[in-house]
Design a binder for this molecule. Structure first.
Ligand SMILES: Cc1ncc(COP(=O)(O)O)c(C=O)c1O
Length: 384
């Protein structure tokens, strides 16, 4: 799991710069006061060089990142944006907030967007796809990129759970047109609340950047209060304390990813002889960020038994099965915009079947031998 496990003096030193030297929480302006300290800007630059991404924009959350990504495109009301049935409500909420129609495609055995169902969901109104790399495993990007290019559809990668992961040697979030990241408390790196948007196209970046700041173009020819603007926007600006923490956390991302991967494979090796479970499918050439190890068991009843025994040994599970109703679109009857289509729930039966048999074991940076053997013993009891 996450960056909160590795908080130390580095975060403190970064924040001290603000509290002692710049005394400025706003990300821009106040040049005379701030002693040259621009933490959000520095975080964006460092994020860009780590991820090899040209245009990065810090925002207030992963949800805001999705909303800003959509605002950077010239979408019209009722344009359709396709996402996947297994994600967090935030992905669909951002589409609804952008005044577009959310469309949910099924997942496949990777538990991410099924390229075959994506093809079926594309129509004349489709403008964008938000693929989600759920719980640290890349989606089938080779196929999905091809489909989007062929149909001239913008591809957004919701990388809330994939920060630090790669496929074909490219960081997740930098493969499609736009990538979004979340730095909330449960994520690989955390700024408490926070997010990043990574753009390939300069015009998308400029539009998104202005939109996240009430339309401000930050025109260097004018002071901020006389700034130019071309459209309205909103306020999703990251603040300096978030930027400062982000700089310290980013330095640890490599260590976090490597430690999680090490623990993931230790656990996987320790359970591979247990009959009745298999690992979720992982696309070829993936470098997983290993947020969680998802195993597939025979049926829902066994999945629930796994949760019970994991809880007993103080391991718990992560999202599946306990927070299933927040992460499976088939359960979102409260979202009127999603449920307009007849047959909506039936159309997601394939995903429901896959998810009902899945058990997600959280991976931490720091795991003891006892925790790892606790996982093995709990699964042995559940599958007896
Ligand atoms: C797939 C996905 N997208 C977006 C978000 C939203 O991120 P945040 O909590 O930073 O708003 C989350 C949050 O967990 C998520 O799981």
């Amino acid at each position: 799991m996450p960056g909160y496990e590795v908080i130390d003096k580095q975060e403190l030193y970064q924040c001290e710069d603000i509290l002692k030297k710049s005394k400025t929480f706003f990300r821009m302006g106040f040049e005379k006061k701030r002693n040259g300290i621009f933490k959000v800007l520095e975080f964006e630059k460092k994020f860009g060089s780590y991820f090899n991404a040209k245009y990065c924009l810090g925002v207030t959350s992963g949800t805001a990142a999705l909303r800003v990504a959509l605002a950077s495109l010239n979408l019209k009301p009722n344009d359709e944006v396709i996402t996947q049935a297994f994600t967090f409500v935030a992905t669909a909420e951002a589409i609804i907030e952008a005044n577009c129609k959310p469309v949910c495609a099924n997942i496949d055995d990777t538990l991410n967007l099924d390229p075959k169902d994506l093809i079926k969901k594309i129509n004349k109104k489709t403008r964008a796809v938000i693929v989600v790399h759920m719980l640290g495993v890349p989606a089938r990007m080779r196929e999905i990129v091809k489909i989007c290019k062929k149909n001239k559809i913008i591809l957004i990668e919701d990388t809330a759970w994939g920060c630090g992961g790669k496929i074909n040697n490219k960081f997740l979030g930098t493969i499609g047109d736009i990538g979004t990241y979340s730095f909330d408390h449960a994520k690989a790196i955390t700024t408490g609340e926070g997010g990043m948007v990574v753009f390939k196209n300069k015009n998308h970046f400029l539009k998104g950047k202005a939109w996240h700041d009430h339309g401000h173009e930050n025109n260097p020819k004018f002071p901020r209060w006389e700034d130019t603007r071309k459209s309205s926007g909103f306020n999703f600006r990251m603040n300096e304390l978030q930027g400062a923490i982000g700089i310290a956390q980013l330095k640890k991302l490599d260590f976090i990813t490597k430690s999680q991967r090490k623990n993931y494979y230790l656990i996987l090796n320790s359970i591979k002889d247990i009959k009745g479970l298999k690992e979720r499918s992982i696309p070829k050439n993936s470098y997983i960020s290993a947020d969680a190890l998802i195993i597939i068991v025979k049926n829902k009843k066994i999945a629930m038994r796994c949760r019970k025994f994991l809880l007993k040994s103080k391991i718990s599970t992560k999202i599946l099965p306990e927070a299933y109703s927040w992460h499976f679109a088939g359960k979102w009857s409260h979202m009127k915009e999603l449920n307009k289509k007849k047959n909506f729930k039936n159309s997601l039966k394939v995903s429901e079947k896959i998810l009902s048999k899945a058990v997600s074991i959280p991976i931490f940076v720091k795991m003891t031998k006892n925790q790892i053997s606790g996982i093995r013993n709990s699964l042995l009891k559940s599958l007896k």
